[in-house]
Ligand binder design. Structure first.
Ligand code: AMP
Ligand code: GLY
Length: 422
């Protein structure tokens, strides 16, 4: 079997790691692999957003399965191209990927399907947005509608800040993504990320996890792509998962299918667990990063088998994911300056690792055999242990022992869970 992974971040390294365990005899390929992936696969020097070239390469190289990691190639139609060439692909069509690539589309779909989410308005000019913000009051959330690498949502505590944020978005702070701005009611509660393997209206959940979006300890400072994650999450019950399945995932998958854009791939539900029950913060059309680095090391059953079943269209029946009874805590190491400007090219040193600690690479590359930084989020350290506190300590200790110039990480990943357990 010949498997191509499109993408080269921490999530894709975790996918490569898991799929190699599931299919040890397979040949693996990845686009522009990072410094941690490169030793374990054959590199393909094509950007995953160059969808015509990559689909052509996959056809010419007899690829049996393509797993698409990031949202940008999906939004650009990579899965459509591959399906058109008869190549099994795990990832939704561009039309279904609008659940992530257009927040305005996602909000309208949810409203039509009666899915609980924050009240909202979509605006295309600054004065209408300002009037809406003044009418709704603060706190309030201002979001660029398009793709912004997790940085396009700003929680504002005052009306003035929200008006200024919307104005910045319209004046191009997020490029085209900010041409439409979604103004949203602020929801209070605890966040939860749930991954669903989905095919049409069928779906199975993986273990729920929690991300840490803010750059600073204690969840302070600007939003990032994600600074750490852990799984499982103590407050998640079977009843909650059932409620999310029934009130959120079922109607959304049905609405996509009925609208002519059935979803096939990984549906990520970003939820706020409020006093009134679960409500949607956002959907993503792919695995979350860094939640994947926490969830996959706990998955004891094959990921390859359900992924391939979805990709070739045979569906999910009989595929029930199984998880080890342990906790995983993932600490992200970022370059100083992230989520703003940061420097690249700093040499990275990783000590030898204890058992059950995995280092997934994100922004690294190998230059003349030497590992150097090449992105804002550089590495993710996942520790697995039957005891949550030990997993947390091990993740933090290994993160502290890794060195590169300007290395930053949050030492408090999992703090909500730790507080719950005391
Ligand atoms: P998004 O890009 O929509 O996932 O938003 C990024 C982050 O902003 C979320 O993970 C939340 O922490 C926060 N956020 C977004 N929308 C809301 C909301 N309506 N109420 C409260 N927090 C929100
Ligand atoms: N961790 C959030 C995301 O992947 O969008």
């Amino acid at each position: 079997m010949r498997i191509l992974i499109a993408g080269n971040g921490g999530r894709e390294h975790a996918l490569l790691w898991k799929l190699r365990r599931d299919a040890p005899g397979a040949s693996f390929f990845a686009t522009l692999p990072n410094g941690g992936m490169a030793p374990h696969c054959t590199g393909v020097a094509i950007s995953p957003t160059d969808v015509v070239a990559l689909a052509g390469w996959a056809a010419a190289n007899r690829i049996d399965l393509v797993v698409v990691g990031p949202e940008t190639p999906l939004a650009a139609g990579l899965a459509d191209r591959l399906r058109g060439a008869g190549i099994p692909v795990f990832g939704p069509s561009a039309a279904a990927a609008r659940i992530e690539s257009s927040k305005a589309f996602a909000k309208d779909l949810m409203a039509g399907a009666g899915v609980p989410t924050a009240a909202y308005e979509v605006h295309a000019d600054a004065s209408a947005a300002a009037a809406c913000i003044e009418a709704m009051g603060a706190p309030i959330v201002v979001k660029a509608s398009g793709l912004a690498a997790g940085k396009g949502a700003v929680v504002c505590s005052t009306v003035d800040e929200a008006v200024a944020t919307a104005r910045e978005m319209f004046s191009g702070a997020f490029g085209e993504a900010g041409q439409q701005v979604v103004i949203e009611e602020y929801m209070e509660g605890e966040e939860l990320s749930v991954f669903y393997l989905a095919h049409g209206e069928d779906f199975v959940p993986l273990l729920a996890s929690q991300d840490h979006k803010r750059i600073g300890e204690g969840d302070t400072g600007p939003n990032t792509g994600g600074m750490g994650a852990y799984a499982p999450v103590g407050f998640v019950t079977d009843a909650l998962m059932q409620e999310v399945g029934e009130r959120i995932v079922t109607p959304v998958l049905r609405a996509l299918a009925e609208g002519g854009s059935p979803f096939s791939g990984l549906l990520y539900a970003g939820l706020m667990i409020t006093g009134d029950g679960p409500r949607v913060v956002e959907f993503n059309c792919r695995f979350g990063d860094p939640e994947t680095q926490a969830v996959l090391p706990l998955l004891s059953s094959s990921l390859m088998e359900p992924m391939f079943a979805v990709a070739e269209g045979s569906g999910l029946s009989g595929h029930v994911p199984a998880f080890v009874e342990a906790a995983a805590v993932t600490t992200v190491l970022a370059a100083d300056g992230y989520p703003g400007a940061y420097r690249k090219g700093a040499p990275v040193s990783i000590p030898s690792l204890p058992d059950a600690v995995h280092v997934f690479h994100a922004g690294t590359s190998l230059e003349a055999g030497r590992l150097v930084t090449s992105g804002g989020r550089v590495l993710a350290v996942t520790a697995v242990d039957r005891d949550f506190g030990r997993a947390r300590a091990a993740s933090r200790d290994v993160a502290a022992a890794i060195t590169f110039e300007g290395c930053r990480f949050r030492g408090d990943i999992g703090w909500r869970e730790a507080r719950r357990r005391t």
